[in-house]
Design a protein around this ligand. Structure first.
Ligand SMILES: C[S@@+](CC[C@H](N)C(=O)[O-])C[C@H]1O[C@@H](n2cnc3c(N)ncnc32)[C@H](O)[C@@H]1O
Length: 456
């Protein structure tokens, strides 16, 4: 047993966090309270912001950032609370729990002293009911912070520092490249940068130059044609000319690689592609750009709500090559993407509440759904067609294991090595494997399979 500890975080630079009002602080705590009741963070946040017409732009950004941070660092904040003598288990009211986390986040991650924090949290309110007195909060923010006690292993220490539930940290540590688990944990716990795809004919360099003209700094991503990452924080990029002209799509770098694995623009131009788990059409739009106006993309999804969102995005972009046939038939498609429902363990940086609701049993359930979805899709594929199976999971159980089980039952299919379509740094064996600590954005997996021309 190698015991190990970690350092408390260095506070963010002041301009990273902004200066909130009491109203903004209250809203962030209210959003966290909803998350503690089991509501999904993304939807709750968007509803609260919609209903908060009295908050200015800076305040809204603070609410979004702070409420994500409270989910992101929950385990570390509770650890600090315990070491400071306020055991989280003894706090009966959720409101008290949320207030403690908020105060400790402001202390540890924003470097605030009680004098600066008090206006945000002092009685009356800011949330009701509340049993914590101001002097209890003051003590949490002002008492000396002891060094974190040693954990059983470097991975266990990293799991506390980067707030991963124990079971998930153990799973991820077993699957991470040797010696890199702590880096994976850290990468899954950082607010992600805004990642963009330059839509053809624009390329990443021209997009970066156009953004620079409007003082938005960005850089192209090596090895991923068309991908760029915004350097500065803030939302100015959304008002930029290329964004308003719809020449840019917000899309994770790994998602762009999955679309690239479906085929080059030359291979796909004028062809038919299908996207069977299209959701809000993120990858559908990438496929539509690749097949071009003379090609076709057939999109479907189990969820009517997500599909309606996808349909709306496609309509706004005027992509007439995309249709949403019901039922979705695949016989005419040369390439079919199965962007399967998954645990989202590669996207925890973006969805920080997901790690607290995910359970090992759910991963097993998802594995069964993925196997079924892949087999059903394969059954309606034309001979010679390509099937791309993708997830934003880091777990083998949802990735290699699903594909290998599929191949063992479907001798008519073979793997086409991902290296033929994406840069070698994103490949592990024949598969696409994007690790969140090695590149920008989240973690992803994909396999490119081809049905033999003559059915076996
Ligand atoms: C990872 S998300 C898709 C994200 C989307 N492709 C994108 O790039 O924005 C998985 C999607 O699969 C859908 N789904 C789940 N089970 C399905 C099934 N049996 N058939 C089709 N879609 C399904 C979910 O509704 C969800 O939208």
């Amino acid at each position: 047993v190698v015991s190990a500890t970690f350092d408390w975080p260095e506070p963010y630079p002041a301009d990273r966090v902004g200066r909130p009002s009491r109203k903004a602080a209250t809203t962030a705590i209210e959003v966290h309270l909803e998350v503690l009741k089991g509501e999904p963070l993304r939807r709750t946040l968007s509803e609260h912001l919609k209903g908060a017409g009295n908050l200015g732009g800076q305040e809204r950004r603070f609410v979004a950032f702070a409420s994500r941070e409270l989910s992101r660092h929950m385990r570390l904040l509770d650890h600090a609370s315990r070491l400071l003598g306020q055991a989280p288990g003894k706090l009966v009211l959720r409101e008290d729990q949320a207030l403690v986390r908020y105060a400790l986040w402001r202390r540890l991650f924003c470097g605030l002293a009680w004098k600066q924090l008090a206006p945000e949290v002092r009685l009356p309110g800011p949330v009701r009911p509340r049993s914590l007195k101001d002097d209890q909060l003051e003590r949490l923010v002002s008492a000396p912070l002891p060094p974190p006690p040693a954990e059983d292993s470097p991975e266990a220490a990293a799991a506390v520092r980067h707030s991963l539930p124990g079971w998930l940290a153990t799973r991820l540590a077993a699957e991470a490249p040797p010696g890199e688990a702590a880096e994976v944990f850290a990468a899954l716990n950082r607010e992600p940068a805004i990642q963009l795809r330059a839509r053809p004919p624009l390329d990443a360099a021209a997009a970066a130059a156009a953004l620079a003209e409007e003082s938005v700094a960005s850089h192209a991503v090596e090895g991923v044609p068309g991908a760029l990452v915004v350097d500065a924080l803030g939302m100015r990029v959304f008002e930029s000319r290329p964004m308003r002209a719809r020449q840019l799509q917000v899309q994770d770098v790994g998602s762009q690689l999955i679309v690239a694995l479906c085929g080059t623009p030359e291979e796909l131009s004028g062809r038919t592609a299908a996207d069977v788990c299209a959701g809000a059409a993120g990858k559908t739009i990438g496929l539509a750009d690749r097949v071009g106006p003379r090609g076709k993309v057939l999109a479907g999804d189990l969820s009517k709500r997500r599909l309606a969102e996808g349909r709306e995005r496609v309509r706004e972009l005027g992509l007439r090559q995309v249709s949403f046939p019901v039922p979705l038939t695949l016989a005419s498609a040369g390439v079919v993407l199965v962007d399967a429902p998954c645990s989202g363990t590669g996207s925890l940086a973006r969805e920080p509440d997901a790690k607290w609701t995910l359970r090992p049993e759910r991963v097993a359930e998802l594995g069964a759904t993925q196997r079924k979805l892949l087999a059903e899709t394969a059954a309606s594929l034309a001979p010679g067609a390509v099937l791309v199976y993708a997830t934003c999971s880091l777990l083998k159980e949802e990735n290699e294991a699903v594909v290998e089980d599929f191949l063992s039952r479907h001798p008519g299919f073979r793997v086409e090595p991902a290296g033929g379509w994406v840069d070698a740094r994103f490949c592990a064996g024949p598969y696409l494997r994007v690790w969140p600590h090695r590149s920008e954005g989240g973690g992803f997996f994909a396999a490119r399979l081809r049905r033999a021309d003559v059915p076996a």
